[in-house]
Design a protein around this ligand. Structure first.
Ligand code: NOJ
Ligand code: CA
Length: 558
């Protein structure tokens, strides 16, 4: 097996608007990231994915790019970015950027030219259609409403996300070359790769025909015709060969790619796959499956076996086909302690560290999202006005139109993507140490207790526990197994725990997580040699019986 650097790496995601503000305008920036690099180094991070920093009108907080080559002044300058790459390198940390190439911003000069002149070269970079009576088809955008926006007369353009995010026309070879050129330009600036946004949308079924409605709005979702559409492979293979090839040894690419058909996964992340690894959504959307935020399930309504099976399903697919990325959180969800722990246990140290143990030892490159390492929790949003996120506002509008009672709308609001975009909690002081100005989103009042400063030197903090987990992947007796080993489910007969083995060539580990907030006995499936990490000092093994404490997690060397 080839072992590129990113297989044994631990990654960290920064949402730049909310990480650290260096100039008091209330919005995080690149100099703020530089100030906090030591925190990442102490945590043991090898590579950082930073959500988009490019020039943007910020309709979707930077996922709407108006200049791919320029850093947005809100975040700093290109020089600041190059300095960040250098400063990170000094600390052994690589940087990967977000690559948003399914769409750009309607303020990108390409789109402006396309609007001004339907015969321009740039008009061919987008998806324009003529239609006399309303939108050209009934496809529903990811943020709700039609994918089509009228630009006067019969002319419409397509957008899979917000209307300020026109989709790029990947059928156009000139456009594709422009994108590959830009990708290589950034790689030449010393970044180590990309997280590749919404890439499963780049291929559209060229019939652009309406499909059977799947909701009361008369519209249909995109899966099959503008999401994981047959024919996408040609584009992805070409991008691999023309944009990423030549940077092979160093280039890490993480595709945001939910719903790739199982028999295709190998093409994506197997040998010579299009990407190094991918983000799958099966377990991360377990609370939403088939429902909107307004009907989300709290963990007490989700059987542990259901969560376990969805994680294991992805593990077995990934094991069969290649490599993957594993994560508890990102900037599109609410906090993991809210999602994966029953209501009331969000501040439970053992609950949070059990979740950390469960995820950090799966087979794949783990991504820690900013704030997760200190056990950050959701905030209570009191009103839609406290929220910035475009998709939350769209949801709110749809709920209102559908006549949902306020109580249910408020419940849905708590799943806003802004839960994970509120500022990072650095200390217990003013604005959690994030800014000297007025933060762009509310500060969680619990920053007085949950913050980096308070946890940094406390050996019993969540932060210290994360450091131990990261270290276990790198320096413990089972480091090789935890980084590269095969994933083997264990103790499947016990529906209250999630357990698995990692079987390496040089070492083997057994990871056991008690999902019960109660003592629980299990019969060990094999002999154990030593405890590598546990979230309790005491691990009670008696013969082949292990008595787990509430939410106890243990990594054994076996
Ligand atoms: C996925 C990103 O993670 C999300 O934040 C964004 O809104 C959409 N893609 C559109 O770019
Ligand atoms: Ca700032």
């Amino acid at each position: 097996m080839k072992k590129p650097w990113w297989m044994s790496a631990v990654a960290y995601q920064i949402y730049p608007r909310s990480f650290m503000d260096s100039n008091g305008d209330g919005i995080g920036d690149i100099r703020g990231i530089i100030e906090k690099l030591d925190h990442l180094q102490e945590l043991g991070i090898d590579v950082v994915w930073i959500s988009p920093l490019y020039k943007s009108p910020m309709d979707d907080c930077g996922y709407d790019i108006s200049d791919y080559y320029a850093i947005d002044p809100l975040f700093g300058s290109n020089e600041d970015m190059y300095e960040l790459i250098d400063e990170a390198k000094k600390r052994g940390i690589k940087i990967i950027m977000d690559l948003v190439i399914n769409h750009c911003s309607d303020e990108h000069e390409w789109f402006q030219k396309a609007l001004a002149d339907p015969d321009s070269e740039e008009a061919g970079y987008f998806i324009f259609r003529e239609s006399k009576d309303g939108p050209p088809n009934n496809w529903r955008s990811m943020f709700g409403g039609s994918v089509w926006e009228n630009v006067g007369g019969d002319r419409y353009y397509m957008h899979c996300f917000g209307k300020k995010q026109p989709d790029l026309n990947w059928e156009n070879p000139k456009l594709r070359e422009k994108l590959y050129e830009m990708i290589r330009w950034w790689l030449d600036r010393g970044i180590a790769g990309f997280r590749v946004d919404a890439i499963i949308h780049i291929k559209k079924d060229q019939d652009f025909a309406s499909r059977p409605a799947d909701g009361p709005d008369g519209m249909c979702g995109l899966q099959g015709w503008a999401r994981n559409t047959p024919g996408i492979d040609e584009f992805l293979a070409e991008m691999r060969d023309k944009a990423f090839a030549g940077y092979d040894a160093d280039c890490m690419t993480v595709a945001e790619a939910p719903g790739v058909p199982e028999d295709k996964l190998h093409n994506y992340v197997g040998d010579n796959g299009y990407f190094s690894m991918l983000f799958d959504f099966t377990y991360s959307e377990i609370n939403f499956w088939g429902r909107g935020w307004e009907c989300a399930r709290p963990m007490e309504d989700i059987p542990v076996t259901e969560l376990r099976d969805s994680i294991f399903k992805h593990m077995s697919e990934a094991t069969r086909t290649g490599w993957t990325a594993v994560y508890l959180e990102n900037h599109d969800y609410s906090r993991s302690v809210n999602k994966y722990l029953p209501t009331g246990d969000q501040r439970d140290y053992h609950g949070a560290t059990m979740l950390a143990t469960l995820f950090m030892n799966l087979r794949g490159t783990p991504f820690i999202y900013q704030g997760q390492e200190i056990g950050s929790t959701n905030i209570n949003f009191n009103s839609i006005d406290e929220v910035n996120d475009i998709s939350t506002h769209n949801n709110w509008k749809n709920w209102t139109e559908a006549g949902l009672p306020l109580e249910q709308k408020m419940a849905g609001l708590q799943y806003s993507r802004d839960q994970n975009r509120i500022p990072m909690q650095w200390n217990g002081g003013v604005n959690a140490g994030f800014t000297t100005g007025k933060a762009w989103l509310p500060i969680n009042p619990n920053h007085t207790e949950i913050n980096v400063e308070a946890q940094r030197n406390d050996p019993n903090s969540i932060l210290s526990y994360y450091k131990r987990l990261v270290k276990a992947r790198k320096e413990s007796a089972v480091a090789e197994a935890l980084s590269f080993g095969e994933f083997v489910p264990a103790l499947l007969e016990d529906g209250d725990i999630i357990a698995y083995k990692r079987v390496g060539e040089e070492s083997q580990a057994l990871v056991i997580n008690n999902y019960l907030k109660a003592e629980h006995k299990v019969t060990l499936p094999c002999g154990v040699k030593s405890v590598v990490v546990s979230n309790y000092d005491d691990v009670a093994v008696d013969g082949n019986v292990l008595t787990l404490k509430p939410y106890q997690a243990v990594v054994f060397e076996i």
